[in-house]
Design a binder for this molecule. Structure first.
Ligand SMILES: *Cc1c(COP(=O)(O)O)cnc(C)c1O
Length: 368
């Protein structure tokens, strides 16, 4: 008996190349795109181990937990690391980046997370890119949480290595990911004797064997189901229109923020300045004396399908994440999430105004 997920013909090189082309179109990039056969941490680690190493000095910008991970990889591969960390409730500014670069002229690699789903902030990449370009360093961007949710223009912004995953705003699979690689980045990686070669982490393997070979032969059997899911997700985005997808995320974020403020009960946006709040997800600070993870547990007990989760690690007591991305970037999802948080807050002895929250959402995100 055949099964829709099984018994498929192998994914051909031509089909793989066509999916790659569509990813390049989504990113409006002329650079090479490599689709890595694993979750986005695979190309992120591959970029760092390929682009940096002993002898490099890296500026690692930390605006959330992923930046901390990058710093650890950079140190592990022998780079001298300058950490520029800002509080997780803010974004980094281009001025701060420019100052860090000016203080250490030898910096030749910069890593930055565009938007942080885990903390709910987003960084001004266009302006930061100008500072990095003026300095001449290689620029790596983690755009997993921004792609599909807000403008992402790696070529225009001078990003040399732009990593995306489909599992957030794109509403796609988590098991494959992609990276655009500039000519400068290829040169740097090729010149790095410690860059991964003959390895699952290797970008160079894809360059020499796949791209330079005219995209005729794949390195190994690809993650076929994930590739088909990525293609379906790109088709769905093309049908909706990228602008419309981004507008849904911007509206979801603005409505969640306004609704949470109107709900009251001590709930507050975690990211202080609305301009620094990421469209992909909205983080909220639990009221004093209320444990965020308990609050989220109560809200999910009422409706387990809501896109709510407590902050990770040390943030679990204070932060609530409303993951209004992908299929959850809807007014309905925002309204239900706020209603459930309101009921959970009432249960914790706080007074909320659910009607005011509904009104704030409708006013911020008008429609039917
Ligand atoms: C989600 C995300 C990733 C991918 O990590 P997962 O936890 O495996 O989903 C990488 N970087 C950023 C900034 C993300 O938000």
């Amino acid at each position: 008996m055949t099964h829709p997920l099984l018994d498929l013909p192998p994914l051909t090189a031509a089909h793989f190349a066509a999916i790659e082309r569509r990813v390049a179109d989504l990113l409006a990039t002329e650079q090479d795109v490599v689709i890595m056969q694993g979750e986005a941490l695979l190309p992120l680690e591959g970029c760092i181990r390929g682009g940096a190493g002993a002898g490099s000095t890296a500026l690692n910008i930390v605006t959330g937990p992923y930046g901390q991970t990058f710093g650890n990889w950079l140190r592990d591969c022998g780079a001298d690391v300058v950490d520029l960390a800002v509080p997780f409730h803010t974004a980094v500014t281009a001025e701060q980046v420019a100052q860090s670069l000016a203080a250490r002229p030898e910096i030749d690699f910069v890593s930055l997370v565009h938007a942080e789903a885990a903390t709910g902030n987003t960084n001004p990449v266009a302006e930061i890119g100008e500072a990095v370009r003026a300095h001449g360093a290689l620029f790596m961007l983690d755009a997993v949480a921004s792609v599909g949710a807000e403008p992402l223009l790696p070529d225009a912004w001078g990003v040399d290595l732009c990593v995306i995953g489909a599992q957030k705003a794109m509403g796609g699979p988590a098991g494959v990911s992609a990276v655009s690689v500039s000519g400068r980045a290829w040169e740097r990686i090729a010149a790095n004797p410690k860059a991964p070669r003959h390895s699952y982490l290797s970008l160079l393997d894809w360059k020499t064997r796949w791209i330079d070979g005219g995209r005729k032969a794949l390195l190994h059997a690809p993650a076929q189901l994930e590739m088909l899911a990525l293609e379906a997700c790109l088709e769905r985005i093309e049908a909706e229109g990228l602008d419309s997808l981004m507008a849904r995320h911007a509206s979801a974020a603005a409505a969640t923020r306004a609704g949470a403020l109107a709900l009251g009960g001590g709930l507050e946006p975690y990211v202080h300045d609305a301009r620094e709040a990421a469209p992909v997800a909205t983080t909220l600070r639990a009221p004093e004396g209320v444990d965020a993870s308990v609050l989220v547990e109560r809200a999910l007990a009422a409706d387990p399908s809501l896109p709510l989760i407590a902050g990770g690690g040390a943030l679990s007591k204070e932060m609530i994440r409303v993951n209004h991305y992908g299929v959850d970037a809807t007014r309905g999802s925002v309204l239900s999430s706020l209603a459930a948080l309101g009921a959970a807050l009432d249960g914790a002895g706080r007074t909320t105004d659910p009607e005011a929250a509904r009104k704030a959402v409708s006013e911020t995100w008008p429609g039917n």
